[in-house]
Design a protein around this ligand. Structure first.
Ligand SMILES: *Cc1c(COP(=O)(O)O)cnc(C)c1O
Length: 355
């Protein structure tokens, strides 16, 4: 039976990315050696990093003055590296969910943290509007897509201070005005690559302002200076990122990804709103195009488990909602197909007809 992968992360990648990476693991560029057993500093591997970096700059139209880094440690390590490198006295955070909260927790180790707004009281079902960022904050940190709760800030905010964004789960799904940000970071395993690498886009002249000693590995300047080669970077995940970037470019870049994301989301949210059994969990205007969360309508609550079993029997994978939301979550990253979303919609229709 064909499987449709809706996992939240690690998650679906284009099939050719998996296949081409697998080939290189067996025989890298015809060298007779595996991609996994050559030096990261070899003349064969350096072009991989160079091309990946160049493609990121091209696809996101990154202006001059920014560095692109590939580091280990996941987005979670950035929660600490961001304040280490950027927090002088005070930082502002928009609290839109679990990941934002975790980022705030680390920042508190370095200085004052101002929560500019929070939707915690409403279980993060919307993105707070009408808030202001203190003009004397060193930076404002936002999470553009809230993977767990299914809300998204799908535009580039104007901030009165440096803007820093965790884009782990929606990077490369839309055009981004990088010039508005001093730092963008993303764990790769949602929309870019195999798990193990974090992408960081950082404005060079924003670095070196925080008046503290920074351990070498946690100082962005180390990695900028060494082109992500200060220590051994995650070579296989970086290679898979390169394959995804080639696929992205060949498939129309972020404009095309944005259009497809809207098409998929319209189809699925349309069915959630139409189908008497289900309802969406998030305020309509803040609905994520990447992580689509829904639950059974109250009068059909007892059908949650049966629907899960039904959908699983039809090949749906990874649609169980996060425990803090319950119900279902269908992650629709770039590699998700309309065919996959249609298959899920067909399941919902068929199940409705049976009840
Ligand atoms: C998954 C995720 C993280 C955590 O990423 P790790 O790479 O596992 O540390 C952080 N932020 C967001 C928005 C995420 O989706």
């Amino acid at each position: 039976m064909k499987k449709y992968n809706f996992n939240a992360g690690p998650s679906i990648l284009p099939r050719e990315v998996i296949e081409n990476t697998a080939k290189q693991i067996l025989d890298f560029n015809g060298t007779g050696l595996s991609l996994a057993e050559i030096s990261h500093r070899s003349k064969d591997f350096q072009p991989v990093v160079d091309e990946a970096e160049a493609l990121i700059k091209e696809i996101l139209n990154i202006p001059e003055g920014y560095s692109v880094l590939f580091l280990g440690g996941g987005a979670s390590l950035e929660f600490c590296m961001i304040p280490y490198n950027f927090l002088i006295n005070k930082a502002a955070y928009l609290n839109t969910g679990t990941w934002a909260k975790k980022a705030m927790k680390e920042a508190k180790l370095f200085g004052e943290v101002v929560e500019v707004a929070s939707s915690a009281d409403a279980n993060y079902t919307f993105i707070p509007k009408d808030w202001t960022c203190p003009a004397d904050a060193d930076y404002l940190h936002i999470t553009t897509n809230n993977t767990i709760y299914g809300t998204e800030i799908r535009k580039d905010l104007d901030a009165p201070v440096r803007l820093i964004a965790d884009m782990s789960s929606d990077i490369f799904s839309r055009p981004v005005d990088v010039a508005k940000y001093d730092c963008i970071y993303a764990g790769a395993q949602k929309n870019l690559a195999m798990a193990g690498v974090t992408l960081i886009i950082v404005k060079n002249d924003a670095l070196g302002k925080a008046p503290r000693q920074i351990p070498t590995m946690l100082d962005y300047r180390t990695h900028v200076e060494k082109g992500s080669m200060f220590n051994t970077p995650p070579v296989v995940p970086i290679y898979s990122a390169l394959e995804t970037l080639r696929w992205l470019k060949a498939n129309g870049g972020v404009e095309a990804m944005d259009k497809k994301a809207h098409e998929r989301a319209e189809l699925l949210y349309g069915e959630i709103d139409r189908n008497k059994l289900f309802r969406g969990t998030v305020k309509e205007e803040d609905r994520s195009l990447m992580n689509i969360c829904f639950v059974m309508n109250d009068e059909y609550a007892e059908l949650e488990k049966p629907f899960m079993e039904f959908a699983t029997s039809k090949g749906m994978v990874g649609i169980k909602g996060h425990r803090s939301v319950g119900g279902f979550r269908a992650s629709c990253y770039n590699a998700q197909t309309m065919e996959g979303v249609q298959a899920l919609v067909d399941c919902m229709k068929e199940f409705e007809a049976q009840h």
